[in-house]
Design a binder for this molecule. Structure first.
Ligand SMILES: [Zn+2]
Length: 111
């Protein structure tokens, strides 16, 4: 009641502006000035909590998480938001943590 909608503690990793919350994404308050930072609140079948979005916006790795590719295949990967190009990067467990269920070609399509 005392807080305007969209208020949170999340900051834009590029310009430091507040991140405003839209229906499907968070976007930088300075979008009118050309700051295109935006993170979707749901990606790869996973709904991010505000806390998780904060981790992503801080440039930290989130996960590993159980995700679903666009083709509907489940997979497990760590996510990291690259503010430079505004994309989520998928980081897969490396070979030393080889998972036996990874042999069915469950590769997500590249974004
Ligand atoms: Zn910004």
């Amino acid at each position: 009641m005392n807080m305007p909608s969209g208020s949170n503690d999340l900051r834009c990793p590029v310009c430091g502006g507040h991140m405003l919350e839209g229906r499907k994404s968070l976007f930088c308050e300075n979008w009118r000035d050309g700051c295109g930072v935006r993170v979707w609140k749901e990606s790869f079948g996973h709904k991010f909590s505000t806390e998780e979005l904060g981790v992503l916006l801080a440039g930290k790795e989130l996960g590993p998480l159980d995700l679903v590719s666009r083709a509907g295949r489940p997979f497990r990967a760590t996510l990291r938001f690259e503010a430079a190009d505004g994309k989520l990067r998928l980081i897969f467990a490396d070979r030393k943590a080889a998972q036996p269920f990874c042999d069915d070609g469950a590769q997500p399509e590249s974004a």
